[in-house]
Design a protein around this ligand. Sequence first.
Ligand code: BAL
Ligand code: ZN
Length: 873
Amino acid sequence: PHPIFLHDYQPPEFLIDRVDLAFELDPEQTMVTARLELRRNPAATRGDGTVCLHGEQLELEWIALDGHPLNPVDYRVERESLTVQRVPDRFVLETQVRIHPAHNTALEGLYQSGDMLCTQCEAEGFRRITYFLDRPDVMARYSATLIADKTRFPVLLSNGNRVASDDLDDGRHRVRWEDPFPKPSYLFALVAGDLRAVEDSFTTASGREVALQIFVEPHNLDKCDHAMRSLKKAMRWDEERFGREYDLDIFMIVAVSHFNMGAMENKGLNIFNDKFVLARPDTATDVDFDGIESVIAHEYFHNWTGNRITCRDWFQLSLKEGFTVYRDQEFTADVASRGVKRISDVRVLRSHQFTEDASPMAHPVRPDSYIEINNFYTATVYQKGAEVVRMQANLLGPEVFRRATDLYFARHDGQAVTTDDFVRCMEDASGRDLSQFRRWYEQAGTPELHIQTSYDEATRTCSLIVRQHTEPTPGQPVKAPFHLPLAIGLLGPDGRDLPLRLAGASSPDAPGTHVLELRQAVETFHFVDLPARPVPSLLRGFSAPVKLSFDCTDDDLLFLMAHDSDGFNRWDAAQTLMQRLLLNLVEDAEAGIPESFFDAFRRALRDEASDRALLAEVLTLPAESYLGEQMAVVDVDGIHRARTTLTRLIGERLRDDLLAVYRDNGESGPYAFTPEAVGRRALKNLALGYLMQAEDAEALARCQAQFAGAHNMTDVMAALRLLVDRGGLESRQALDEFYRRWSGESLVLDKWFSVQATSPREETLTQVIQLMRHPDFSLGHPNRVRSLVSAFCNLNQVRFHAADGAGYRFLADRVLELDPLNPLIASRLVKSLIRWRRFDPGRQALMRAEIARILEREDISKDVFEVASKALD
Ligand code: BAL
Ligand code: ZN
């Protein structure tokens, strides 16, 4: 397989103005007739009188140009293309192809999920439906006529507006959809099935009425309320915050069970992994409710950031994904808790994106090359892309940023553009020069920021020397400094923010946060008029996606934990302190834990005024995988031992306070998905976790009672997880009981699989292998694969990285089984092996051997080839 390079981009030789599609739908074989109106692109730089269309796994039945059937000498069909010779500057091309949805296990293009048919076209799935210029800078107006058996497929959906329908004589019916907005092919969608809809409506700011429909299989009709509420909230928020109104008369969401991704923003017809639609308090956890709210919002927000304005080419993926993630993050921050949201976003960034940046798959937010674009739906493009937009928003300030996004929407509506076009709007609206800032799109790697602080009593000056450095990444041996905002505060002895006055400034800033802009590799800042040594609070709100190190004592961290006005930094100080304690314990299993730590923990537990959700975050120990990232060589077993020890010690030493917190935050009244109620459940279950590790008899009784009696899945799952991790008869009984109750609910059953796959117990891999043979397990069902195989490989460091390599062998076997079925899912799994350099020589050898075994397989997909070969580069 060959890479595709950004620098080779050429405008398309032809444009397509109109597309009329007709589908005779049947799972075994579907006939697709396409009528394309093509014309030569005046902006094209080359052309040789032929047109070359993308197409994969299509059986061409007939082809005609301007109404005349073509002779075989006039066209050539190859594995991935159809070339038509001697075409005029403007013409109509008609084709009919045969495809086989029931046999499409890759779940790209048109495929079968359960009893329904649906599509997934991003990034390059449309070429599995018909021959086309399947690239995002070809935007066309579409109609789709769907014909199918009326009993089996009573609901037939596509993009835009339903303009006609009738019954045919043979038991089939026909529905025609027209989408008035030009769109790239990756946004095309169709759905056929026996579905029911939950319906509602939304009145836009300008007074237009929009019909809202969520389509599900009939037995799921009672699990759509939260999704519908989330959709309406998102529509209102986008009007208020970004001035974006919805533009069609109907907005549809369909929940499907077999789906490679989370969801897809097809114009007017979003198709969702059902995990991000279906929720009832007794079937879904708070994390699920939260995921649904933000994914519904994310896909809805794409209507402007992705659909109305799309990407010129797939290197620009972050144009729509980074910006849309930023928008969904801001939405959640506004409707829930800003502080908690920032913490959870940074947690994800550090655990997924920083590790990607430090791996052989490191790539810039705007990659320079790819072999398979599906491999670039990454934490870098999404999460780091969102951080890059966030930094621009913060550099410009809210009003100017809003002017800049208004300009972006006005200037580029209906176009396929680049990340550079986005930044130019930021520059034009603000008058700022962001040329150095553009490096965030071009350079891979996480910048490391080292800050040295000193205080001079004589001059009452606090000085900061800030150094930035970015390690080389593949293909980028030398990095230039980034332009980045560094938000800081200085705390006085009473814990309050001091007024900040930079040397030379005429007057001090008000007490609070000051944003320094860094541009050089080394910069020094002097703050004057400070009566005593302040405690610095650095990188407030995580103002840039960097790794920060600075000299500070444990006492400084305890002080920041207690007093920092920035909630994010209170959490981060606690994390840094816990990380220090845990890494000490890894080094020396006998190392003591200072009393001051337990005192601070106790004080926090007793602080009734604090936000419960934030407190739960502050009191959660760093994950084993995160601790591993902080070590030169990951000590898999040492980290697990240390974290288990500290968890147990907290449970033993703070027993009474933890029990009090558990009791005080118990279930009261019906389930509510409010920040307050979510926070109480999180804190209560965190307390129970500490107590259970301490082998506390009362805790076990409470845990069992919670499992048996809770009315919401959050509490049931929290208890089940603790019982499973404890093992023994109680664990088996709870798992059996859970299975009996929930085996008919696929999404709940996923939880049953994943709770077993993520248990740190020694027998977990044996259990996972047994579960692979369970009648409810199927490699053809991505959610099930993720809940068992990916959960084990990605969320269970201590067992996946077992020193004998059994975890690695298990993974490679699954990759080889999955690759012929679904390369996208197989390739995601390979990513679990690519960080092999972070481990000891024994594990390194075992991991490399498994990657090599994968690469030895003939006919490996380009998805898996790209990741596996980069891993060994
Ligand atoms: N565009 C693919 C799914 C998403 O990011 O919304
Ligand atoms: Zn997206």
